[in-house]
Design a protein around this ligand. Sequence first.
Ligand code: C2O
Ligand code: CU
Length: 434
Amino acid sequence: MNPYLTRRTFLGASAAILTLPRFAHAQGLTLTAEPVMAQILPAPDPKTAMLGLNGMTPGPELRAQQGGRLTVRFENRISAPSALHWHGIRIDNAMDGVPGLTQEAVADGTGFDYAFDLPDAGTYWYHSHNRSWEQVEQGLYGPLIVEERNPPQVDHDVTVLIDDWKLEQDGRLIGGFGNMHDFAHAGRMGNFARAIPSISQVSKGDRLRLRLINAATARVFPLVLRGIEGRILALDGMPLSEPRELGEMILAPAQRIDVIVDVTGPVIFDFPTGDEAYELGRITIEGDNTTPITAPITALPAARVAKPSDRPTELSLRMEGGAMGGGHAGDDIWAFNGISGLPDKPFAHFERGETARITLINDTAFPHGIHLHGHHFHEVLADGTPGDLRDTTLVNPGESRDILAVFDNPGKWLLHCHMLGHQASGMKTWVEVA
Ligand code: C2O
Ligand code: CU
């Protein structure tokens, strides 16, 4: 643990509560990427020069309804090429926002019109996908919420972005985003971490939906929620068929967890570190809800994701490279099956609707959060049956995990590590669905 990331630093931070801005409608919106000054450290500590969208980082929360269409004009004013990716959306390939694969990078001073349908309700996010290890770290990201047509009844629907930043004491972002030492290890770790809820105060007895999003470029966050009772409802936007007990949760970079909870005290977002918990943020309480919602917390409506065939195509992808062992034949720090970076030919070519089971093998000394674009996949359980639907899966060192997906979304789709420095230094490939 970095020395700055201490209980003392954190308690200082909790005094100033930062909340996310709310944004109502995502239709016909312009998102302008530009330099911003952001209050990352608690005031009166200095602000931090970052990149943001419409004057803020995290960028505005976009909200739309399931079955609707999102139309966003992206304007780039950051003096470098950029593009926006809509993480987790089962999207039209041309709108996926991946320079070099699905579009040209958007040059500074120009724009790009994103327009796509929203097939699934859930918690998503958007972020730069050009030099993402640098641009996401600098703040080019925000939440994207797709509401159910009949959302579960809650008193407050709250988005909670979790991130870490590597800052000087005077608030400046420490440079060296492309640091090879970070790339070869776990990635760029911040020395200041925070959970930023979109609301700062609730009443005791309120029912909350909390949409937790890990926007960090490298850090896996363990998370414990205090002052609440409730259930886990969805992972990476996808509803669980049975709500699950809350315990210590793990969020790899880019992963999301939706919970519905009843407030019993101040809501505290704790990052358990050894013997001490580091408080990432909190929602304070004021007064009592005298008419609390008492209905049981039940599953969200299931997503309409195709059922996998029981005779899948079988493939395997071995993560290799990095510091401390993990040799490979690729020509960068990291590789998949001996190949670093995007090959000319896809790792796999699928017929539309084909089911594939891909064994992800972590033959390295570090955890990797592997993300597939344009689809959700099942994490295959030990007994071979399809488990949770996710778009990003955490594979720890020495582990392997099978993922099972129906490749029914045509186009060219990235498959990469969401520790963004790993992606930048080789751990990425792509698949093509005809
Ligand atoms: Cu969240 Cu390829 O990205
Ligand atoms: Cu990785």
